[in-house]
Every structure is written in structure tokens, then in C-alpha cells.
Design a protein around this ligand. Structure first.
Ligand SMILES: [Zn+2]
Ligand SMILES: [Zn+2]
Length: 197
């Protein structure tokens, strides 16, 4: 016997419903239960645990606490630190220097970003992306001030650090490119070239 789910409007077998009188199918009920679970606090915890795991995987310095993550999300005002988009339900915990490139899992290296900026930046240096239209140079300046404040150093030291990171990453990408080229891996070589342009 079939029945139509009043949420997804699909006709499904009654076994696809938890009880005959329930209007929504099992799939729809599970999805909404999951969404109810995703409170801001739960999202924070998930992001925090994910960052801990990634830091361990890359053996990078890690002293991040859950309170650090709460603090950064609280002062973000629900906004992306790179483009300023207000997107509180989808903000990512962003590592300014990526963990995969030995960036530290620590308060002065984290901020919030929207999924689009996170995707655009990938594992690149922040300075490489200031010129792209999605990133707002004024906001990057604010971010630099925050990093300096949290690390208790002058903002020029942070700028020097970011410049060094940019040079390091370019150098690494170049090395990567040359190595792949030597191996004759043409497909990956093309991608490598894109990454360093
Ligand atoms: Zn359904
Ligand atoms: Zn953004």
C-alpha cells in the first residue's frame, strides 16, 4: 500500500513511514530531526571536533579550546570575515593559515567564513586572495588587527607573517609543480599551474 508524504510529495510504500498516521516519510522525518539537532552550539562543537582531528592529522600545533571557537563565532556577528556576508547558519570555522600547511589550531589563526570564501581560498595564503572580488580588503585589515590583538603582537608583525606565508606557499606550489612536471603527470601539472597563477 502506498501513501503520499505531505512534505516531499512523493508516493511511497507505507513501510517508508514510521507509523500509518504520520504525514511525513521516514526520510523527511530524519532530515528534520537532524536539522533540529543542529543548534548553533552543536555546530560549534562539530566544527571544533573537526578542527582537532584535522590538526592531529597534520601534526600541527594545537591549543584550541571550545571557548575559543565560541568566542570567534560570537564576535563574528554571523558574518564572513573575508567578504562580510551575513550567513549565520552556514558559517565555517576557518583557519587563516590552513592546517594542511602547518597553520596552527589556535585562537589567533581562526575566524569565520562563508562557504563560498572558504572554497575560493582553499589552501592558499590570505594575501593571495585579497585581490579577488569576493574578499573585502577592509575586512582583511580588521582581521589582521584581531590576529595581532590575540597574538599580542604589532599588526606589522602579522603582515610580515602573512607575506612570508604567501611566499612559502608559492614556493611549495612551485616545487610541487616542478616535481609533477618531472614525473610527466600532465593532468596534475595543469592544475598546479592554475594554483600558482
Ligand atoms: Zn518525504
Ligand atoms: Zn565570504
Amino acid at each position: 500500500m502506498n501513501k503520499v508524504c505531505s512534505n516531499c510529495r512523493q508516493e511511497k510504500n507505507v513501510t517508508e513511514f514510521y507509523a500509518p498516521k504520520r504525514p511525513h516519510c521516514k526520510g523527511c522525518e530524519r532530515t528534520s530531526a537532524r536539522q533540529r539537532m543542529m543548534t548553533p552550539e552543536n555546530r560549534l562543537r562539530t566544527a571544533f571536533r573537526g578542527a582537532k582531528r584535522t590538526a592531529e592529522k597534520h601534526s600541527t600545533y594545537d591549543d584550541l579550546t571550545l571557548d575559543d571557537v565560541r568566542y570567534v563565532f560570537a564576535i563574528s556577528d554571523g558574518k564572513c570575515a573575508y567578504c562580510g556576508k551575513h550567513d549565520p547558519d552556514n558559517l565555517h570555522l576557518e583557519h587563516i593559515a590552513p592546517l594542511s600547511r602547518n597553520g596552527h589550531n589556535t585562537l589567533s589563526n581562526i575566524t569565520t567564513s562563508c562557504p563560498a570564501c572558504n572554497l575560493a581560498k582553499r589552501t592558499e595564503a590570505i594575501l593571495t586572495y585579497i585581490s579577488t572580488n569576493s574578499f573585502d580588503a577592509n575586512l582583511i585589515n580588521v582581521l589582521i588587527d584581531k590576529m595581532a590583538y590575540r597574538a599580542d603582537v604589532d599588526r606589522n608583525e602579522i603582515i610580515d607573517l602573512l607575506r612570508m606565508q604567501q611566499d612559502d606557499y608559492r614556493w611549495e606550489d612551485n616545487e610541487d609543480y616542478i616535481r609533477r612536471y618531472a614525473n610527466g603527470d600532465q593532468a596534475n601539472t595543469e592544475r598546479g599551474r592554475d594554483a600558482i597563477s
